[in-house]
Design a protein around this ligand. Structure first.
Ligand SMILES: Nc1ncnc2c1ncn2[C@@H]1O[C@H](COP(=O)(O)OP(=O)(O)OP(=O)(O)O)[C@@H](O)[C@H]1O
Ligand SMILES: [Mg+2]
Length: 259
């Protein structure tokens, strides 16, 4: 297992996070460095996970990659172009509440697409995602009327209808029970296999990271830094109880200093 943050070859320039630091003034008026000198690349079509303890800056990093926030130092480039503001080409599924509560499931999935394509937006594409996310029969329900798993599948669909070049997922399974979590993991896996959308997933769940990703970036807190990037070359689909899977889990637990 190599631990390099930089990639070789032709994919080098897809996404580059170059020496990124994010610094803010906290409520108490103190200067606070949240993430420090984060430097890595992601290849076109790659699946990368970010793990690390709560508060180590995973969401902060994802927001900088999306362009929602700008770093005080360093820069992010996508296909060589500097990321400075959000774009529909970079989908973002938030840690909490990616859906509009005042829109139905169908409206939530289609409203972004309608904003881009206008009135005659591609309804068939919306139907397609309603089907693959198993949301038929719930199109007219509001987010508070569906299960957490359905709401997160709808949030994924809302991003995916826009066919993003890059999909940023901030703990989309975080609030789900173990069974539903595995269902949504499998949906993400299938979509990634089919579309090869480049994905960056933030998760607290080591097994989820091993199940889905080709590399796992481990962060440490205060300030958030990259501790190590672990390659995960296990063949897909992965078996959660294989000895190779357990070996990677052990390695990650050691890096995270779990006993
Ligand atoms: N705009 C801000 N002003 C002040 N502090 C901030 C700001 N944004 C983030 N922080 C702080 O920076 C740290 C990192 O926050 P962040 O949300 O990125 O962590 P995280 O790794 O995503 O945590 P979790 O796993 O709990 O979601 C936290 O201590 C947070 O309170
Ligand atoms: Mg977070």
């Amino acid at each position: 297992m190599a631990t390099s943050g930089k990639l070789g070859g032709e994919n080098l320039a897809f996404l580059e996070v170059k020496n990124v630091s994010r610094e803010v003034f906290s409520n108490s008026g103190k200067y606070l460095k949240i993430i420090d000198d984060i430097d890595f690349s992601v290849a076109d079509g790659e699946f990368l996970s970010l793990i690390g303890p709560s508060g180590c800056g995973k969401t902060t990093l994802l927001r900088v990659i999306s362009g929602l926030d700008n770093p005080e130092k360093g820069e992010v480039t996508l296909k060589g172009e500097k990321v400075g503001k959000p774009s529909v080409s970079r989908g973002y599924v938030f840690q909490h509440g990616s859906l509009y509560p005042w829109e139905t499931i169908r409206q939530n999935i289609s409203s972004g697409l309608q904003a881009v394509q206008g009135k005659n937006f591609d309804q068939k594409l919306v139907d397609h995602f309603i089907e693959i996310m198993g949301l038929q029969g719930f199109e007219d329900a509001y987010p508070n009327q569906v299960s957490g798993g359905m709401a997160q599948r709808a949030a994924l669909a809302r991003s995916l209808v826009l066919n993003p070049q890059l999909l940023l997922l901030d703990e989309p399974m975080g609030a789900l029970d173990a069974f539903t979590r595995i269902d949504v993991q499998d949906i993400i896996y299938k979509i990634w296999q089919e579309k090869k959308t480049t994905m960056i997933l933030v998760t607290h769940d080591i097994d989820e990271a091993i199940y889905l990703s080709q590399r796992i970036l481990v962060m440490t807190p205060n300030p958030g830094r990259v501790k190590e990037i672990v390659n995960n070359d296990l063949p897909f689909p992965r078996k959660r109880d294989s000895s190779e899977f357990l070996n990677i889990r052990k390695k990650l637990q050691q890096i995270l200093n779990f006993k």
